[in-house]
Structures are given as C-alpha cells and as structure tokens.
Design a protein around this ligand. Structure first.
Ligand code: ADP
Ligand code: MG
Length: 621
C-alpha cells in the first residue's frame, strides 16, 4: 500500500498521483494533508523550497472543493506570474480525474477582461498574484466573499516584494469563517504579523530546521577578482559541459548584460527579468523547461519559486543582499530528491557574507578554485569522447561514406581518433593557453596594484577619473553615481565626488577599485556608444585634462587575454557561432537531450532568444 493511500485522499486524486509518478508523500505533505482533510483549520507550514508544498495544499483543497458548485471557493495567492501559472498547471494535473473543477490563473500583464471572463464561467479555485487580484476586486470583476479557503503560498516572498497592503486588502474582503493556510520557506516578522492578524489558532507544521537549506544541495564558492567574474562564469560552464543552470544576478541590468555576453560568446543562455514582456518571459521559460537553454540568467524576483526539474547548478554570479534570498536561490536545484550544486562567485570583500550564509543554512561551503584552461580542455575532451561513443549513427550518412572513406583512407584507427579529437581540441587549447589562472589567491592582485601606485594623485589618496558621458546622456550626479555603482558592482560609498558636465563627467574611487573601473567601464557601451574612462590628473575641478585614450596608465593595464573577445581571437566558440558547422562542443551538447533528430534551423540559441528585447541600456561589449 502506497503511503498516499493512508492520508485520506480520494480515489481520483490517488489516480492522478500515480500519473504524476509520486511514490511517497514528502514530509510536509505527510503532515499537512491528513490535517487539512480532517478538519477546517488555519495552518502555518514552514518548509524549505522544493519540498512539495504545492501538493501539500493542492491535494486537500481540490478534495474539499465542491465541484458541482461553480462559485469561487478557494483563493491561492502567490508572488509571481510564473509561480501562479506553475501552481495552476499543477492543480490542473492533480484534479484531472475530478469532474467539473476549474482552476483559473489571474496575474498582471495579460488581459484582465479575458481573465474575468474565465472566472465568470465558473472558477472554484483562483490562483492569483496579489497586485492583479486587488485590481480585479477594485473593478468588481471577481467575487471572493464566499470562499472557504485562502492559501498564501511563498508568503515570505510576497511580503518581500511589497505585497503586504494588497494582501491585507484582499484578505479583508474574504469571509471571516474561511480557513487560511500559509506556506512559507521562512518566517520573518512580517509573515508572523500576517499570521497573527488573519488566523486564529493556526496549526503549525515545520519541516526540517527553520531556514535551513536543502540537504540535497551542496554549496561551493570560488574566490575571484571582481573583474574576473564573467570569465569565471564561463569557465565554470565550460568545466560542466552538461550544466543546466539558473544564474542569479542582482539587477535587471546585470542580468541582461550577462545573458547577452553569454549568448555572444556562444553559450545557450537567456535572460529572465521584469523588463521583459510577458510573452518573452513565457518564451524563455518554455525554452528553459525544454532544455534549449542551459543557462537561465535571472533576477531573484523573476526566478522565485520556479520549479524546473533537474537543474544541476545554481550560480550566484553576485551574492544577494539578503541572506534569506540565498536560500531561495539555491532551492532552484536539488529538487525532488535530486542532487544539486549551488555555486557562489565571490570576491575577497564579500567573503564574510559566506560565513553568515553558512550560519543560516547550517551547512558549510566548500572552497574551490576555478578550473584552469588545461583542466577544462581535459573535461571537454572526455565529454567529446563520450559523446562520440554514445552517438547513434543515422544511416543517411551511408551515402557519403564511400567518399569520406576515400579521403581518410590510410589513416590508422589511432591516427583517426587523434585527428578527430584534435578538430575540437586545437580550438580549445588555442583559446585557453593564452588565459591565466583566475583564482584570486594567486597574488596577481597585489602585483597589479603595485604597478598602479603612481596613479594615485593629490586627491586624498583617491583616484579621479574622466569619463565621456554626462548630462547630454541624461545623467545628473545622482543617476551617474547609481549607474557607476551598479555597472561596477561597487558599494554605496565607493563612488564619490561625482561631477557631471555636459559631455563628460568626473568621479572618484579609492585606488583599490582603479583596476576594475578601467577594465569594466572601458568595455561598456551606452546606447551603442563606447564609454571611455581615463585617470584624470585633475584633482576635482571641471577642466578636461586628457590626451587620447591611453593617458594615465591605461595602456599598462594588463588586459584580460581574450576575455571579452574570444571570438575575435579565434576562440573555439566563435567559430561555432559562425555556422554552418555547428561544430563546437557546446552547440551539440545543448541539442543533446530531447531534441535528437530535430533537424530544425541552425543555432537554437538565437531561436530561443531571438525576439528578446534589447532594452536601450548600456551593454557590456
Ligand atoms: P515547493 O513549493 O515546496 O518549493 P514544489 O511543490 O514546487 O515545492 O515541488 C517541488 C518538486 O517536487 C516538483 O517538481 C514536484 O512535482 C515534486 N514533488 C512534489 N511532491 C512529490 C512527491 N511526493 N514525490 C515526488 N515528487 C514530488
Ligand atoms: Mg512552492
């Protein structure tokens, strides 16, 4: 007897559970389901992400609904549109053998009248984001005055996102005698407040230690210099040829920039953030679920709660501001009992954040070093060898074999293997032999700042820069400061004395940031124009004092070999990009799992990202 049968679930649900392939209930399901089925009660359930909370409330709510009554009986609030759709979809699967149940999703960005129409047709369960729900209530498009169940899913995140007022307003239009079930990964004060305000004697369920991370996720960090972040990300991807990952950035701008860089460099990547249209977000998610995208670069809000199976890695390209957020990020992997890895790319100044995360997740991070070029070559070659071994031969090729055999005649098996593998290897080794070690302990940091010593001028030890953007580009000192902080990934007080002129500006940083400013800013474009930054000899006045791009020691800046330009320097990926031979490891790899034999148009990457917007914002070049 399967354990689900002992929880009191109906036949139709048990049948659906078999179809879903769930063998045994998860802990939160085992605790919540019998309790909720048995009586009408308020409930607070705390369980980390990936523990099956959707079914923990989904099964009972479906069973308790009166399917013959078309009135709205249950409202589920969830923080994002993606989650809303995901929950709706799950509930539809759960209830597929229950006749007459209608689940309708209500979220912003789509036609409100269409959603209202669907509700009118009879929706016993509404799954909604708080903002749109509030809208619908205000416009009298929905009636929730009769509901028996209200479920707050991912309550902590809804409150994080500032939905407190909406939630309070929505809840106050619901009847007092309903049951409220609150599901959350964490229990910050605001969640507790909602609980107090809207629940009476809730039952409490806690699964695992509060706030602790999932046991199926291991945590690693890689210490690098700030300017090497992107290069480190690429290496990690190269070192994990089968990576299927969510890469988290802190801002929408970084999310877009990193995704664009990855795509340019030939990776199968896409961005997911709030500046995309709904259709674009749907498209990206569809491609990601279909595994046409290996690296989904996302903001925290956009990726919150996303449940995609078999994500191998979560990459914290930048650490989140809030430690709690780390938990939500890493919960995107290691789901449903699978193992996953959460990687943090970290700079020295952020190291202490690692210890505070360790305290919260009650797990230790393993410190790792970014693989060297040689190690990556080795990994990729083995991957290629395995791929060759596992490739099924399509007999269409038979027609061409005689001609091919003629060409290759006389080569021994050994020679043939060497040559075949070299086709790829040469490109790799050419790219990687020029690159340096990226681990931050290598001491290059110190050497570099030594050669920079003369740069420090009479600016109280600070470095003053000239940059070719100004009020003509719609900056004032505040917005320029914000822009610099964000682009350079610097802290609140790291950029100062910002002085904006019409066509150019000045600003200061401490000398320790000079490398980063020069490297990063000189590789950024603003609305298609390349930004030029130089060390100013001027100590804070408005006079322009520079002679050509290379003044002020920029020429001595050790350029990252090939970093931003692997293509131009014959990096392996570039050649792949320039079809027709989709030869590189990556493109083949990315087409691997399910798309066998799909001979669709060449580079899949552009397909999945082709229509994505390039908002008019600076992009790294
Ligand atoms: P949470 O809301 O707690 O983050 P989800 O409800 O999204 O977690 O579930 C995470 C994943 O686990 C989903 O893919 C879901 O289909 C799967 N899952 C849920 N319950 C079970 C179960 N009893 N057995 C196997 N897989 C399950
Ligand atoms: Mg969930």
């Amino acid at each position: 007897m399967n354990k689900f049968e002992q929880l009191g679930l109906s036949e139709s649900l048990l049948k659906a559970i078999i179809d879903l392939g769930f063998e045994n209930p998860s802990e939160v399901q085992e605790k919540a389901i019998p309790l909720l089925l048995e009586k009408d009660t308020d409930l607070v359930a705390l369980a980390q992400t990936g523990t099956g909370k959707t079914a923990a409330f989904g099964f009972p709510v479906i069973q308790k609904i009166d399917a013959d009554n078309r009135n709205t009986q249950a409202l589920i609030l969830s923080p994002t549109r993606e989650l809303c759709l995901q929950i709706t979809n799950e509930l539809k699967n759960y209830s597929k053998y229950v006749k007459g149940i209608n689940v309708v999703a209500v979220y912003g960005g789509a036609s409100i009248t269409e959603q209202a129409r669907e509700i009118k047709r009879g929706a016993q369960i509404i799954v909604a984001t708080p903002g749109r729900m509030q809208d619908m209530i205000n416009r009298g498009l929905v009636n929730i005055s009769q509901i028996n169940y209200c479920i707050l899913d991912e309550a902590d995140e809804m409150l994080n996102m500032g939905f407190y007022d909406d939630i309070v307003n929505i809840l106050s239009t619901t009847p007092d005698e309903k049951s409220t079930w609150l599901f959350s990964a964490t229990m910050p004060a605001e969640v507790a407040r909602i609980g107090k305000q809207f629940m009476s004697n809730p039952q409490e369920i806690t699964v695992g230690t509060k706030n602790s991370g999932s046991a199926t996720v291991s945590h690693e960090f890689y210490l690098v210099n700030a300017r090497d972040r992107y290069e480190a990300l690429k290496r990690l991807a190269d070192a994990n040829p089968d990576i299927f990952s969510v890469v988290f950035c802190r801002t929408k701008r970084d999310t877009q920039a990193v995704a664009e860089k990855l795509i340019e460099d030939g990776y199968s990547a896409a961005a997911l953030h709030g500046d995309l249209s709904q259709a674009q977000r749907d498209g990206v998610m569809k491609s990601f679920r279909g595994r046409q995208i290996q690296m989904l670069v996302a903001t925290d809000v956009a990726a919150r709660g996303i449940d995609v199976d078999n994500v191998t890695h979560v990459v914290n390209y930048q650490l989140p501001d809030e430690v709690e957020t780390y938990n939500h990020r890493s919960g995107r992997t290691g789901r449903a009992g699978k193992l996953g890895t959460s990687i943090v790319i970290v700079t020295k100044s952020e190291l202490r954040k690692i210890s505070s995360i360790e305290r919260i997740i009650k797990q230790k991070f393993e410190e790792k070093t970014i693989p060297s070029g040689i190690e990556i070559c080795e990994i990729q070659l083995l991957h290629l060898a395995n791929k060759i071994k596992d490739t099924e031969v399509d007999h269409e090729i038979d027609n061409y074999l005689p001609a091919i055999n003629d060409v290759l005649e006389g080569l021994s098996k050994e020679e043939l293997i060497k040559k075949m593998v070299s086709v790829e290897f040469n490109r790799f080794i050419n790219y990687y032999k020029k690159t340096r070690d990226l681990s931050s302990q290598s001491g290059d940091r110190r050497e570099r700042s030594d050669d920079r010593a003369p740069r420090e001028n009479n600016n109280g030890g600070a470095t003053r820069y000239f940059v070719n953007i100004g009020s003509r580009d719609n900056f004032d000192w505040m917005s320029l400061k914000d822009y610099l902080k964000e682009t350079l990934d610097l802290g609140r007080d790291d950029v100062f004395k910002v002085d904006v002129k019409e066509g150019f500006s000045f600003f200061n940083t401490d000398p320790e940031h000079t490398d980063k400013v020069m490297e990063v800013l000189n590789n950024v474009q603003l609305e298609g124009r390349r930004i030029n930054v130089e060390i100013s000899k001027n100590d804070g006045g408005g006079r322009r004092d520079h002679n050509g791009r290379n003044s002020g020691g920029r020429s001595s800046a050790p350029r990252r070999e090939g970093n931003f330009a692997p293509r131009r320097e014959g990096g392996f990926r570039s050649e792949r990009n320039s079809a027709p031979r989709e030869g590189g490891f990556r493109s083949e790899r990315s087409s691997a799992p399910r798309r066998e034999g799909s001979s669709d148009r060449a580079p899949r990457r552009s397909e999945s990202f082709g229509d994505s917007p390039r908002p008019r914002r600076p992009r790294r070049d």
